[in-house]
Design a protein around this ligand. Sequence first.
Ligand code: ADP
Length: 244
Amino acid sequence: MEYISPEGLRLDGRRPKELRQLSCQFGILAKADGSATFEMGNTKVLAAVFGPHEVEQRSKAQPGRAIVQCEYAMAAFSTGERRKRGKTDRRSTELSTIIRNCLEQTILLELMPSSQIDVYVQVLQADGGTRCACINAAMLAIAEAGIPVRDLMAACAAGYLDSTSILDMNYMEDSGGGPDVAVAIHPNLNKTVLLQMDNKIAVDVFEGVYGLAEQGCKAVAQYMRQQLLAHVQRLAVMRGPTRL
Ligand code: ADP
Protein backbone atom coordinates (compact mmCIF):
# COMPACT_ATOMS: atom_id res chain seq x y z
CA MET A 1 0.00 0.00 0.00
CA GLU A 2 1.22 3.52 -0.82
CA TYR A 3 0.96 5.86 2.14
CA ILE A 4 2.52 8.93 0.50
CA SER A 5 1.44 9.88 -3.01
CA PRO A 6 3.99 11.00 -5.67
CA GLU A 7 2.74 14.55 -4.90
CA GLY A 8 3.83 14.05 -1.28
CA LEU A 9 0.33 13.81 0.19
CA ARG A 10 -0.91 11.28 2.75
CA LEU A 11 -4.08 9.15 2.53
CA ASP A 12 -6.13 11.87 4.22
CA GLY A 13 -4.58 14.63 2.11
CA ARG A 14 -2.15 15.92 4.75
CA ARG A 15 1.49 16.79 4.20
CA PRO A 16 3.94 14.54 6.15
CA LYS A 17 4.56 17.15 8.88
CA GLU A 18 0.96 18.26 9.24
CA LEU A 19 -1.14 17.67 12.36
CA ARG A 20 -4.77 16.67 12.08
CA GLN A 21 -7.40 19.29 12.90
CA LEU A 22 -7.36 19.98 16.68
CA SER A 23 -10.45 20.79 18.69
CA CYS A 24 -11.32 20.95 22.40
CA GLN A 25 -14.13 21.86 24.76
CA PHE A 26 -14.10 22.63 28.47
CA GLY A 27 -16.43 22.09 31.41
CA ILE A 28 -18.82 19.70 29.75
CA LEU A 29 -19.51 17.55 32.84
CA ALA A 30 -21.36 19.39 35.61
CA LYS A 31 -20.40 16.88 38.33
CA ALA A 32 -16.65 16.85 37.67
CA ASP A 33 -14.25 19.44 39.11
CA GLY A 34 -12.67 19.70 35.67
CA SER A 35 -13.54 18.17 32.32
CA ALA A 36 -12.51 18.52 28.71
CA THR A 37 -12.75 16.83 25.34
CA PHE A 38 -9.82 16.77 22.95
CA GLU A 39 -10.00 15.86 19.29
CA MET A 40 -7.17 15.13 16.88
CA GLY A 41 -8.91 14.54 13.55
CA ASN A 42 -11.41 11.73 14.08
CA THR A 43 -9.93 10.66 17.41
CA LYS A 44 -12.07 12.09 20.18
CA VAL A 45 -11.55 11.61 23.92
CA LEU A 46 -13.13 12.87 27.11
CA ALA A 47 -11.35 13.51 30.43
CA ALA A 48 -12.93 14.10 33.84
CA VAL A 49 -11.07 15.18 36.98
CA PHE A 50 -12.31 14.90 40.57
CA GLY A 51 -10.38 16.47 43.42
CA PRO A 52 -8.16 17.17 45.11
CA HIS A 53 -10.12 15.44 47.87
CA GLU A 54 -9.38 13.37 50.93
CA VAL A 55 -7.61 10.06 50.19
CA GLU A 56 -10.21 7.28 49.99
CA GLN A 57 -7.91 4.43 51.07
CA ARG A 58 -5.95 5.67 54.04
CA SER A 59 -3.10 3.22 53.46
CA LYS A 60 -2.41 4.94 50.11
CA ALA A 61 -2.14 8.45 51.57
CA GLN A 62 1.19 10.26 51.20
CA PRO A 63 1.77 12.81 53.96
CA GLY A 64 3.94 15.06 51.80
CA ARG A 65 2.01 15.02 48.53
CA ALA A 66 -1.19 14.23 46.68
CA ILE A 67 -1.70 10.88 44.94
CA VAL A 68 -3.11 10.52 41.43
CA GLN A 69 -5.49 7.74 40.35
CA CYS A 70 -6.05 7.33 36.64
CA GLU A 71 -8.41 5.18 34.62
CA TYR A 72 -8.21 4.86 30.81
CA ALA A 73 -10.99 3.12 28.90
CA MET A 74 -12.17 2.79 25.31
CA ALA A 75 -15.91 3.02 24.76
CA ALA A 76 -17.40 -0.12 23.14
CA PHE A 77 -18.53 2.06 20.21
CA SER A 78 -15.21 3.91 19.82
CA THR A 79 -13.83 1.89 16.89
CA GLY A 80 -17.08 1.20 15.07
CA GLU A 81 -16.73 -2.53 15.83
CA ARG A 82 -18.88 -2.15 18.96
CA ARG A 83 -16.62 -4.61 20.73
CA LYS A 84 -16.92 -4.52 24.51
CA ARG A 85 -13.56 -3.38 25.84
CA GLY A 86 -12.88 -3.59 29.53
CA LYS A 87 -10.99 -1.00 31.49
CA THR A 88 -8.92 -3.77 33.04
CA ASP A 89 -7.43 -5.36 29.91
CA ARG A 90 -3.64 -5.22 29.58
CA ARG A 91 -3.52 -2.24 27.24
CA SER A 92 -5.94 -0.16 29.32
CA THR A 93 -4.03 -0.94 32.51
CA GLU A 94 -0.76 0.05 30.80
CA LEU A 95 -2.25 3.28 29.48
CA SER A 96 -3.79 4.16 32.85
CA THR A 97 -0.32 3.80 34.39
CA ILE A 98 1.37 5.82 31.61
CA ILE A 99 -1.09 8.70 31.84
CA ARG A 100 -0.89 8.70 35.65
CA ASN A 101 2.90 8.80 35.42
CA CYS A 102 2.77 11.79 33.05
CA LEU A 103 0.35 13.62 35.36
CA GLU A 104 2.52 12.91 38.42
CA GLN A 105 5.41 14.65 36.68
CA THR A 106 3.18 17.61 35.79
CA ILE A 107 0.99 18.35 38.83
CA LEU A 108 2.52 20.18 41.82
CA LEU A 109 1.58 17.28 44.10
CA GLU A 110 3.54 18.62 47.06
CA LEU A 111 1.13 21.56 47.35
CA MET A 112 -1.74 19.15 48.18
CA PRO A 113 -0.46 16.80 50.92
CA SER A 114 -2.57 13.78 51.98
CA SER A 115 -5.05 14.30 49.17
CA GLN A 116 -6.14 12.47 46.05
CA ILE A 117 -6.88 13.47 42.45
CA ASP A 118 -8.93 11.12 40.26
CA VAL A 119 -8.60 11.31 36.48
CA TYR A 120 -10.81 9.36 34.08
CA VAL A 121 -10.12 9.31 30.35
CA GLN A 122 -12.53 7.74 27.92
CA VAL A 123 -11.95 7.21 24.20
CA LEU A 124 -15.21 8.12 22.47
CA GLN A 125 -13.95 7.72 18.91
CA ALA A 126 -10.68 5.98 17.97
CA ASP A 127 -8.75 6.77 14.81
CA GLY A 128 -5.16 6.34 15.99
CA GLY A 129 -3.19 8.32 18.54
CA THR A 130 -5.60 7.80 21.42
CA ARG A 131 -2.87 7.80 24.08
CA CYS A 132 -1.65 11.26 23.07
CA ALA A 133 -5.20 12.61 22.77
CA CYS A 134 -5.93 11.24 26.27
CA ILE A 135 -2.85 12.90 27.76
CA ASN A 136 -3.88 16.23 26.19
CA ALA A 137 -7.49 15.90 27.37
CA ALA A 138 -6.35 14.98 30.90
CA MET A 139 -4.06 18.02 30.96
CA LEU A 140 -6.89 20.34 29.92
CA ALA A 141 -9.26 18.83 32.50
CA ILE A 142 -6.60 19.25 35.23
CA ALA A 143 -6.19 22.91 34.22
CA GLU A 144 -9.96 23.37 34.14
CA ALA A 145 -10.13 21.98 37.70
CA GLY A 146 -7.67 24.70 38.75
CA ILE A 147 -5.03 22.18 39.86
CA PRO A 148 -1.54 23.75 39.93
CA VAL A 149 1.03 22.38 37.46
CA ARG A 150 4.76 22.79 36.74
CA ASP A 151 4.11 23.40 33.06
CA LEU A 152 1.53 22.64 30.43
CA MET A 153 1.94 19.08 29.15
CA ALA A 154 1.33 18.27 25.49
CA ALA A 155 1.57 14.97 23.63
CA CYS A 156 1.87 13.96 19.98
CA ALA A 157 3.08 10.91 18.06
CA ALA A 158 5.02 10.52 14.82
CA GLY A 159 5.80 7.55 12.63
CA TYR A 160 7.74 6.46 9.56
CA LEU A 161 6.17 5.11 6.38
CA ASP A 162 7.37 5.03 2.76
CA SER A 163 10.81 6.31 3.94
CA THR A 164 9.16 9.46 5.29
CA SER A 165 8.68 10.74 8.85
CA ILE A 166 5.01 11.54 9.35
CA LEU A 167 3.30 13.42 12.15
CA ASP A 168 0.19 12.42 14.09
CA MET A 169 -0.75 9.15 12.35
CA ASN A 170 -4.34 8.11 11.89
CA TYR A 171 -5.44 4.48 12.33
CA MET A 172 -4.82 3.50 8.69
CA GLU A 173 -1.27 4.82 8.92
CA ASP A 174 -0.77 3.31 12.38
CA SER A 175 -1.79 -0.06 10.94
CA GLY A 176 0.91 0.27 8.24
CA GLY A 177 3.43 -1.56 10.42
CA GLY A 178 5.94 1.27 10.78
CA PRO A 179 7.23 2.61 14.07
CA ASP A 180 4.97 4.77 16.25
CA VAL A 181 6.84 7.15 18.55
CA ALA A 182 4.66 8.83 21.17
CA VAL A 183 6.12 11.83 23.01
CA ALA A 184 4.86 14.15 25.73
CA ILE A 185 6.73 17.27 26.79
CA HIS A 186 6.77 20.21 29.18
CA PRO A 187 7.45 22.87 26.53
CA ASN A 188 8.56 25.69 28.83
CA LEU A 189 10.74 23.48 30.99
CA ASN A 190 12.12 21.83 27.85
CA LYS A 191 11.54 18.42 29.41
CA THR A 192 10.46 15.11 27.90
CA VAL A 193 7.76 13.57 30.06
CA LEU A 194 7.02 10.49 27.93
CA LEU A 195 8.82 8.65 25.14
CA GLN A 196 7.35 5.39 23.91
CA MET A 197 7.76 3.47 20.71
CA ASP A 198 6.61 0.24 19.21
CA ASN A 199 8.55 -1.57 16.48
CA LYS A 200 12.28 -1.43 15.89
CA ILE A 201 13.68 1.72 14.32
CA ALA A 202 17.15 2.68 13.03
CA VAL A 203 18.93 5.32 15.12
CA ASP A 204 19.12 7.93 12.34
CA VAL A 205 15.43 7.41 11.49
CA PHE A 206 14.54 7.64 15.18
CA GLU A 207 16.14 11.07 15.48
CA GLY A 208 13.99 12.44 12.64
CA VAL A 209 10.79 10.84 13.92
CA TYR A 210 11.42 11.91 17.51
CA GLY A 211 12.22 15.48 16.40
CA LEU A 212 8.99 15.59 14.41
CA ALA A 213 6.91 14.28 17.35
CA GLU A 214 8.51 16.96 19.55
CA GLN A 215 7.60 19.68 17.01
CA GLY A 216 4.04 18.29 17.02
CA CYS A 217 3.96 18.50 20.84
CA LYS A 218 5.01 22.17 20.67
CA ALA A 219 2.25 22.96 18.17
CA VAL A 220 -0.30 21.10 20.33
CA ALA A 221 0.92 22.99 23.43
CA GLN A 222 0.48 26.31 21.65
CA TYR A 223 -3.06 25.35 20.65
CA MET A 224 -3.89 24.20 24.19
CA ARG A 225 -2.53 27.42 25.71
CA GLN A 226 -4.63 29.57 23.35
CA GLN A 227 -7.75 27.54 24.10
CA LEU A 228 -7.19 27.68 27.88
CA LEU A 229 -6.69 31.42 27.73
CA ALA A 230 -9.86 31.89 25.67
CA HIS A 231 -11.76 29.68 28.16
CA VAL A 232 -10.57 31.71 31.15
CA GLN A 233 -11.50 34.94 29.37
CA ARG A 234 -15.00 33.57 28.64
CA LEU A 235 -15.39 32.63 32.33
CA ALA A 236 -14.24 36.09 33.43
CA VAL A 237 -16.82 37.75 31.16
CA MET A 238 -19.59 35.43 32.41
CA ARG A 239 -18.78 36.14 36.07
CA GLY A 240 -18.69 39.90 35.56
CA PRO A 241 -16.50 42.46 37.38
CA THR A 242 -14.99 41.34 40.70
CA ARG A 243 -15.86 43.49 43.76
CA LEU A 244 -12.92 44.18 46.05
P1 ADP B 1 -2.25 4.41 20.59
O1 ADP B 1 -2.53 5.84 20.66
O2 ADP B 1 -1.98 3.80 21.92
O3 ADP B 1 -1.21 4.06 19.56
P2 ADP B 1 -4.48 3.83 18.91
O4 ADP B 1 -5.33 5.00 19.09
O5 ADP B 1 -3.68 3.76 17.66
O6 ADP B 1 -3.57 3.62 20.17
O7 ADP B 1 -5.38 2.53 18.98
C1 ADP B 1 -6.12 2.17 20.12
C2 ADP B 1 -6.79 0.85 19.90
O8 ADP B 1 -7.93 1.03 19.08
C3 ADP B 1 -5.94 -0.17 19.23
O9 ADP B 1 -6.28 -1.44 19.77
C4 ADP B 1 -6.32 -0.04 17.76
O10 ADP B 1 -6.09 -1.24 17.10
C5 ADP B 1 -7.80 0.31 17.88
N1 ADP B 1 -8.30 1.24 16.86
C6 ADP B 1 -8.00 2.55 16.75
N2 ADP B 1 -8.67 3.12 15.73
C7 ADP B 1 -9.42 2.14 15.19
C8 ADP B 1 -10.33 2.07 14.11
N3 ADP B 1 -10.60 3.17 13.39
N4 ADP B 1 -10.91 0.90 13.82
C9 ADP B 1 -10.65 -0.20 14.54
N5 ADP B 1 -9.79 -0.21 15.60
C10 ADP B 1 -9.18 0.92 15.91
